[in-house]
Write a new protein. Structure first.
Length: 326
């Protein structure tokens, strides 16, 4: 699912660079958020220690983000390269704020990582509530966050393009994981493959319809619902579901593995591709060529960052701190 979400983001941005569109690529980001909540809940179930969880998050998110911001800073200083309508500020303080995911004006897509940082205490609180008091107070928290997603001052509480509306998607993913046993039992007893296929197909269709529309609190709610349905079917549904077999393609699993670095770098790939292409193409053809060129340019760079930045720092973050006896 991460692989498809990563490629979908490139497709959305290739279209946005080719014609005026109201679609922004929010839907794949919402999928990322629900998946993160789902997987982080598993991590907390294995080890609920707050310090360990935060350390893992820091080593997971920051190294690749810092490398991306430094790469863009170097490219701007060396070649005048930048993304967007005008060059952002590359003064040292702004570079540091972007590298720490506090701002995202150097690489606009990193706004979602700022939301991931905000989600860390929310996920920790939700998991603690779930363990002590069950799912009801966590669902109440979801309801509160959904209500706030309709309120502009909350949605744009943080500066720039950062959008807090889909924050609750992390908590929904956590709840899906926590109800895994119940969901698995229910699917095995009540959800036959034909019904599961219909549900999955409907979720795909609704996701596509809302993804290409202007993103509002309502569309984000539908995207969260559809992502949750697909994740639950993939994790707990019938194992022979043909409609979900494309998730198991090796090439998609590959893009799922490198999806974080791919997401961080894809706008660079698209910007390079746009500079190389002529401007007299038909919009649809230009978008298709931009997409293919952006994927081809981004893929090797994303693999290098995954292999030499992500993987080593994730391993460092997973090492237990050993204190020598006095």
């Amino acid at each position: 699912m991460r692989g498809y979400a990563a490629l979908s983001v490139v497709a959305f941005h290739a279209c946005a660079m080719s014609w005026e569109t109201i679609a922004t690529g929010m839907a794949p980001v919402v999928v990322f958020f629900v998946l993160s909540g789902f997987l982080l809940a598993r991590s907390l179930d294995r080890d609920p220690d707050t310090f360990t969880f935060v350390r893992h998050r820091l080593f997971r998110l920051l190294p690749a983000a810092i490398a991306t911001v430094l790469l863009l800073t170097l490219a701007h200083q060396s070649f005048g390269f930048y993304m967007g309508l005008g060059p952002p500020s590359f003064d040292p303080l702004n570079v540091i704020l972007n590298a720490l995911l506090i701002k995202s004006d150097i690489n606009g897509v990193m706004w979602s990582l700022t939301v991931e940082c905000v989600a860390v205490p929310v996920i920790l609180m939700s998991h603690a509530l779930l363990r002590r008091h069950g799912p009801m107070p966590v669902w109440i928290l979801v309801a509160v966050l959904v209500g706030l997603s309709f309120w502009g001052p909350y949605v744009h509480l943080l500066d720039g393009a950062t959008n807090l509306a889909p924050l609750y998607a992390f908590v929904v993913g956590l709840l899906m994981q926590s109800g895994g046993t119940v969901l698995s039992d229910a699917s095995q007893s009540n959800l036959q493959p034909s019904r599961a296929t219909f549900v999955a197909s409907a979720a795909f269709a609704v996701m596509f319809i809302v993804a290409i529309r202007k993103q509002t609190a309502v569309t984000i709610a539908f995207e969260t619902l559809c992502a949750s349905v697909l994740i639950c079917l993939a994790a707990f549904g019938p194992r022979t579901l043909a409609v979900l077999r494309p998730f198991d393609l090796d090439v998609i699993r590959y893009y799922g593995r490198i999806s974080y670095s791919f997401y961080l770098l894809h706008m660079i790939g698209l910007a390079i591709a746009a500079r190389l292409l002529p401007f007299d193409q038909q919009p649809v053809a230009r978008a298709a060529i931009l997409f293919l060129a952006g994927v081809l340019i981004t893929t090797p760079a994303a693999w290098l960052m995954w292999r030499f930045v992500e993987v080593p720092f994730i391993e460092v973050g997973r090492r237990r701190m050993v204190t020598k006896p006095a």
